[in-house]
Design a protein around this ligand. Sequence first.
Ligand code: GTP
Ligand code: MG
Length: 229
Amino acid sequence: MGTSRLPTGIASVDRLLGGGLETDGVTEIYGEGGSGKTIFCLDLAARVARSDRWVLYVDTEGVSLERLRAGAADDLERVLARLLLSAPKDLDEQGRAVATACALARDGRHDTGLIVLDSATNFYRLSLSGPDEDDAREALAVQVADLVSTARTQGIAVVLTNQVWRSVRDGQLEPLGGSFLNHAAKTILRFDRDTGPLRTVVLVKHRSRPDGRGSFRITSTGLESVGGG
Ligand code: GTP
Ligand code: MG
């Protein structure tokens, strides 16, 4: 028996993932600004909330309620009723928000279908190359470990997003957050900007699926699969 899956509703992505996001591990999505990480998280959150399961959403970027409204369409009230949103302003607050989300997911009183941390590295990035870098990395590692163990023990899909830096050596976009983040994530997706509203999704790491790619299009009401369904 395989791990159960949370469908994203985007056919090309679900195909890539063998049905959807694994519900006992952390999925990392990295990509440059505007690649669609936040829209993906918001759309997925609306989808899960619509199914009457709770979404615990930690937003370090100032979530676009406007965007959620577009994605949720007529179901906005229903979606908001199942969404617990926190908007930390620094890495310490982010740590408390993640700890609270994990505790809520564990206590069993909320039937939780998804935890989102978007972006995991927004505040961490600010400390890079500064005197607090080691502390920040340690703080982030604690958060990610909590998310990993919550996903595993509770069977809840966790999505965290990650920003990128461009390697001076080969010009490639690399995820921030150090190798511990990439080890902690059981699945890693990279979102690439294509032309116009098109985005390519690259499966970089998965424990049971071959590498591959798919596409989606950003529209005013959500994300649409591109290519073969
Ligand atoms: P960062 O948080 O900056 O790292 O970026 P992100 O990867 O989270 O990107 P986000 O999900 O915020 O993507 C926003 C992208 O979607 C931008 O390129 C917008 O121009 C585009 N976008 C937003 N709404 C629409 C829409 O209604 N139609 C189209 N075609 N594009 C849209
Ligand atoms: Mg974003």
